[in-house]
Design a protein around this ligand. Structure first.
Ligand SMILES: Cc1ncc(COP(=O)(O)O)c(C=O)c1O
Ligand SMILES: Nc1c(O)cccc1C(=O)C[C@H](N)C(=O)O
Length: 427
């Protein structure tokens, strides 16, 4: 890939000229003069997401209560409908996915449903690099079972503070473990785990396994059904561009359909029974059973337009471009910034890398501030990581080239020294 790499502006233009996804950039609102490399935290607004949100408002104006069953996208079926449309992105059957809740709420729901400590099997395996919200949720779930998280939550150690080794994860899958929860892609280093291998190892040991796919959804194809992943959950506001607070999604393998939801509510019902208003729940026989209450329609609506873009672009083409973009960025860093004390913290191999580059530097916090002042938007993750996510649908190769030039100027002119060495409230 990129065998003929050159660090020149004309080479960047040449790559843009060959990019089959280039036109999708026009779909997005790119803040004026800004190179946006933070789509792994909050994706950009697209015109189609905006239109679908407006369409929902219109539906409220026109149909009032009847909007639940009328209009172009009846609200009562929207979560299932969008789950079905999203299923291709995770390699699942349509009825295995539903759009609902938030990442953390969905994790609570799935652990409430699937964590059944019995006999010796009372532990959950996670890892020490996972996003804090997942760890808090798991700790609180263990407490609800009267179990002490200090002994029952096994956080597998990283050997280098950046990456996880599948051998270590598998080694932790002992006879005391009932469930494993891991990220698909690590939020800081961008490492992509070998899910297929981990699922196989967990199942051989009689353990259930679920994934937090926040950092892979919309960037990487998945094959959840084929691999036999038990369950998964993810947000939609990163690479899927559903907007701040956009409603999340979950996947439950069809072999588990029929399970009673751990956290039930009337939206867990079979659709045809819900308005019978009985006190005995007849839960849906698909992923819809893991919904709880009334869907957040306006926070779901942008996904309608956003998913259309994904259907047109195709996740395989998106992954291919994303890999080229991150490879290109790494080559530029190597060639342009070699003398400035940066190191690359993400895996270099294509099949181990997610959608962002993890650039490490002792001055990361101040460099991030200087980048923002130069209208390049990265994000900072303590203690020394600058995350740079060129997004296949809206980042051009020229922007990647330009961002590295601006970073080089920041280093040459020591522009970062004018900033305080403290992170922002939201980094
Ligand atoms: C990997 C991961 N898990 C969980 C979360 C928490 O998601 P939420 O705040 O939407 O529940 C995030 C992002 O905020 C994340 O990146
Ligand atoms: N969910 C976020 C929020 O509410 C505010 C700011 C950032 C976020 C994020 O999603 C951060 C992201 N999960 C991360 O990988 O760090």
């Amino acid at each position: 890939m990129l065998q003929d790499f050159q660090p020149t502006e004309s080479y960047a233009r040449q790559l843009d000229g060959q990019d089959p996804l280039y036109a999708f950039r026009e779909e997005f609102y790119i803040p004026e003069g800004t190179i946006y490399l933070d789509g792994n935290s909050l994706g950009l607004c697209s015109r189609r997401a905006e239109q679908s949100l407006l369409l929902m408002l219109e539906s409220w104006k026109q149909h009032a209560i009847d909007g639940w069953t009328e209009g172009k996208y009846p609200w009562f079926y929207l979560s299932e409908e969008l789950g079905a449309r999203m299923a291709a992105l995770v390699g699942a059957k349509k009825e295995e996915v539903v759009v609902t809740g938030s990442t953390t709420v969905n994790l609570h729901q799935l652990v409430s449903t699937f964590f059944r400590p019995e006999g010796k099997r009372t532990k959950i395996v996670a890892d020490e690099l996972n996003f804090p919200s997942d760890i808090y949720a798991l700790q609180s779930q263990l407490r609800l079972h009267g179990l002490n998280p200090a002994d029952h939550l096994i956080r597998v150690r990283s050997r280098d503070g950046r990456l996880l080794d599948e051998d270590d994860l598998i080694h932790a899958m002992t006879e005391e473990v009932q469930m494993v929860i891991l990220p698909t892609v690590l939020y800081r280093s961008g490492q992509l785990l070998d899910m297929e291998r981990l699922v196989k190892a967990a199942h051989e040991r009689g353990i259930l396994i679920g994934f937090d796919a926040c950092h892979s959804i919309g960037a990487i194809p998945h094959r959840f059904s084929e691999w036999g992943v038990d369950f998964a959950f993810w947000c939609t506001y990163k690479y899927l561009n559903s907007g701040p607070g956009g409603v999340a999604a979950l996947y439950v393998n069809e072999k588990h359909h029929g399970r009673v939801p751990g956290l039930a509510g009337w939206f867990s019902s079979r659709k045809d029974k819900q308005f019978d208003m009985k006190h005995e729940l007849e839960h849906a026989e698909n992923a819809g059973a893991f919904q709880i209450g009334t869907p957040h329609v306006f926070s779901t609506a942008p996904l309608i337009g956003s998913l259309e873009i994904f259907a047109e672009a195709g996740i395989d083409r998106i992954r291919e471009k994303s890999l080229r973009l991150t490879r290109y960025l790494m080559l530029l860093i190597e060639s342009e910034l070699a003398e400035w004390g940066f190191s690359i913290g993400n895996p270099l191999e294509d099949d181990r890398r997610g959608g962002h580059v993890c650039l490490e530097h002792d001055e990361a916090v101040r460099i991030c501030k200087a980048l923002k002042a130069e209208k390049v938007v990265p994000d900072f993750r303590a203690p020394h990581v600058i995350r740079l996510a060129p997004v296949a649908l809206y980042t051009s190769y020229h922007e990647v080239w330009e961002a590295v030039q601006r970073l080089k100027t920041i280093m040459v002119e020591k522009k970062y020294e004018q900033y305080e060495k403290v992170r922002g409230v939201v980094a």
